[in-house]
Design a protein around this ligand. Sequence first.
Ligand code: HPA
Length: 274
Amino acid sequence: MQINQINEATSFIKDKISDLPKVGLILGSGLGMLADEIENPVKIKYDEIPGFPTSTVEGHAGQLVSGQLKGLPVLAMQGRFHFYEGYGLDAVTFPVRVMKALGVEKLVVTNAAGGVNPNLVPGDLMLITDHINNTSQNPLMGPNDSDLGVRFPDMSTAYDRDLQNVARSAASELDMNLKEGVYVWNTGPSYETPAEIKMLQTVGGDAVGMSTVPEVIVARHAGIDCLGISCISNMAAGILDQPLSHDEVIETTENVRQTFLDFVKEVLLRISNG
Ligand code: HPA
């Protein structure tokens, strides 16, 4: 049963860390360096933790980092698990269950995403206001464990309104042009075709990526408030007359590194100050 695995992983982590986390951070492709700023860090490799899957994607360190950021006890995932790597959605979202069991109340989820809305430009940070699950997959399929959450969880405020306002005021404090929009989850690993991107524009998508939505669904099931931030790493297929590459995704996230770090830290400071 998943609950036993959750408990086992949770007590393993509890034994190693000094402060129970209040805020969880999931750091996407090229955005993992935020975990390097955590004070008094305790690092735990995924492959040491009972029940944890192991990360395979290049550029992902594959560890939990616990400690303080802006005075807040946080637990960061430096590298996440993707459905396209072949993990089941149980495995992809397992760390969110463990975060909940450790006491996490708020989750900041970040990703690199392709810009679908032509008003976005690579390098933009986009506050996720809502999402579209374009995969027909759901991490909650199967029997529901009512100790973990309800059978039919509400998703009308998947991205917490108060946290969105915190993000907006953090951005204005930093004079940042924070974009906003709807994130579409596709499984990947192939990027989209131009026709698929036209379809996503028609249905109201602003950015597209291969992560985040399963973690947010499970977090909402668990009663965790979510804040989502996309780093627009490229324009989605067909918007510009050029092919897409993972190298471009990583290069752009590296270029916005400092803005991203400053922004998330300002958000955490505001959460910390209540
Ligand atoms: N499509 C899907 N996922 C992505 C993209 C994209 O264009 N860029 C970064 N992740």
